[in-house]
Design a protein. Structure first.
Length: 279
């Protein structure tokens, strides 16, 4: 294929793809303060993962979704903050559009911690509305499962960021700087007991007081150091995608739809079965 990124394709190329497959991966990003990395770094990480995942399972990628709930980084002047409710509605409209176009196996992914508050409610409501099971994959959670095998230091996390920019052809967007490398305790650390009472950023409202709260980033003094990080990070990212076994994931999605259809036959009061009948 000339490209797997849907906005870069011709309409005729998308129609040709849909004649034999129906998989699209949707990276959900954010634009927020991020230490010594560009504001869209968590968007780019998600897009790079999506591209490698699509290559592994013959899918397409819908890019260009960077503006969602940022969370505690809303104190940054460069952060674009969209409410959780607005994000759910917007993403739901996209999911319905993609289904009408023929993409039944939709996979939403994000490397942004609070993204689960937007994506998880959307995929559950979407199933009740349409009967079509679409999937959310939390990339932070997936990397956590692989940490022992892939992570040798905190620099590995930063390397993945730089590697993602390389995969997306944007390596030079990573600035050469040592100004954000000093690790510091977060200003909100006294409240970690509250933050730990629910999943990630979903426990209680707060914002960071300092840019260094999100987050110290490794020193990148010159282009050679940036290239070393990029190569290391790209390798880690690609190994992580291989461990996800995307062909298995998309086949399981197909089988789950068949299972759900059988359950609906004997439980016609299920929201998905009821809504299918009404429509």
């Amino acid at each position: 294929m000339r490209t797997r990124i849907l906005p870069k394709m011709l309409n005729s190329e998308v129609e040709e793809y849909l004649q034999h497959n129906d998989i699209i991966i949707v990276p959900v990003g954010t634009v927020e303060m991020h230490g010594g990395f560009p504001l869209d770094s968590e968007t780019v990480i998600s897009e790079a993962y999506a591209l490698r995942m699509a290559e592994a399972c013959d899918g397409l990628v819908l890019t260009g979704l960077p503006y969602f709930y940022a969370g505690a980084t809303a104190s940054g002047r460069g952060t674009v903050q969209v409410s959780v409710r607005q994000g759910i509605d917007y993403l739901s409209a996209i999911a319905h559009s993609l289904l009408r176009q023929g993409f039944k196996r939709q996979i939403y992914i994000s490397f942004h911690g609070p993204a689960h508050m937007t994506c998880s409610p959307m995929v559950r409501d979407f199933f009740d509305e349409t009967g079509v099971p679409i999937l959310y994959m939390d990339l932070s959670q997936q990397l956590g499962k692989l940490a022992k095998d892939l992570f040798t230091s905190m620099d590995c996390f930063h390397a993945i960021t730089v590697g993602a920019y390389q995969i997306m052809g944007r390596l030079e967007d990573i600035p050469l700087t040592t100004a954000y490398a000093e690790p510091m305790q977060q200003s909100c650390a006294p409240f970690n007991d509250l933050f730990g009472l629910a999943y990630q950023s979903a426990a209680i409202g707060y914002c960071f007081a300092k840019q260094s709260d999100h987050m110290p980033t490794t020193a990148i003094p010159d282009a050679a150091a940036r290239q070393r990080l990029a190569d290391e990070g790209q390798s880690i990212l690609e190994k992580a995608v291989a461990a996800m076994d995307m062909p298995h994931v998309v086949e399981q999605m197909r089988k789950l739809e068949d299972y759900n259809n059988e359950v609906e036959k004997t439980h016609p009061w299920m929201p998905s079965a009821y809504n299918k009948k009404e429509n």
